[in-house]
Design a protein around this ligand. Structure first.
Ligand SMILES: *Cc1c(COP(=O)(O)O)cnc(C)c1O
Length: 250
């Protein structure tokens, strides 16, 4: 390991520790244990070396948001750490329908499922991938809900009233497994994160009534993980608080 590599590893170790402390404190404040909260470290825009370092620091869930970047980095990670040490790979960003076939090759979970056509394509692709030995099992998915006023299309997500129909479609898809709901908090000028996540939690209860196995609630990022823990989030997707700011996104 070069000097720069070991410095970066120390930096990641420190920020990872700080985020785990934040999660533990938030869980305590709401009478929850932190063992049922899964930290997904979102590594988009950061190099494969960071993923390798994170795995060596005990990270068991990695999040990515763009297919092309993810496919290459996940392959590099696998050849470095080996199949047995691979973390779970979560696709958290918007997925173009035509990328479904690629995503099912390396993703364990897709969080951003928000339309019929994507569900149909992921289902077919996951079944084909199992058939061809590229996957061992069905693809775990969460339905992404838009908690804002529907104006931010880049954020993605189905309107709350469309959620149950998509959940039903996933439940009838042999290649997919419905795990729960996901959301990105809207712009705080639209709605504050705590109120947004409370809305999500209510919707989650409705979905659970029909789909009792859909227990996951994927909500909370670097800036609002406490608000998400407060409403019962089971999966936090944290990037910049651990890896630093994403210069290339600016
Ligand atoms: C980038 C991203 C995150 C992580 O965001 P941070 O604010 O860097 O923690 C979480 N969820 C999704 C869908 C993302 O695209």
């Amino acid at each position: 390991m070069s000097g720069a590599d070991s410095l970066r590893r120390e930096e990641l170790e420190g920020s990872l520790y700080a985020v785990r402390e934040r999660i533990a404190a938030a869980a305590r404040a709401h009478g929850r244990g932190d063992e049922d909260i899964d930290l997904i470290v979102v590594t988009k825009f950061f190099p494969a070396e960071d993923l390798i370092a994170l795995v060596s620091l005990g990270v068991t869930s990695i999040g990515e948001s763009r297919d092309q970047e993810a496919a290459a980095k996940i392959e590099a990670l696998r050849s470095s750490v080996g199949s047995e040490a691979m973390p779970l790979v979560h696709m958290v960003g918007q997925v173009q329908t035509k990328k479904a076939r690629s995503v099912v090759r390396y993703a364990d979970v897709v969080h951003s499922v928000d339309r019929e056509k994507l569900i149909a394509r992921l289902d077919r692709s996951a079944l084909a991938a199992v058939e061809e030995g590229e996957r061992s099992q069905a693809l775990d998915v969460t339905i992404q809900v838009d908690l804002g006023n529907g104006q931010d299309e880049a954020r993605g997500g189905v309107a709350p009233q469309g959620c149950e129909a998509l959940a039903e479609q996933v439940a009838h898809s042999e290649g997919l497994r419905l795990r729960g709901l996901m959301a990105v908090a809207p712009d705080p000028a639209e709605l504050d994160p705590r109120s947004a996540f409370e809305r999500l939690a209510v919707l989650h209860q409705d979905v659970l009534a029909h789909h009792p196995d859909a227990t996951w609630l994927s909500a909370g990022m670097s800036g609002d993980l406490e608000e998400a823990v407060a409403v019962g989030a089971t999966h936090l997707r944290v990037g910049s608080a651990i890896l630093g700011s994403r210069y290339s996104e600016r």
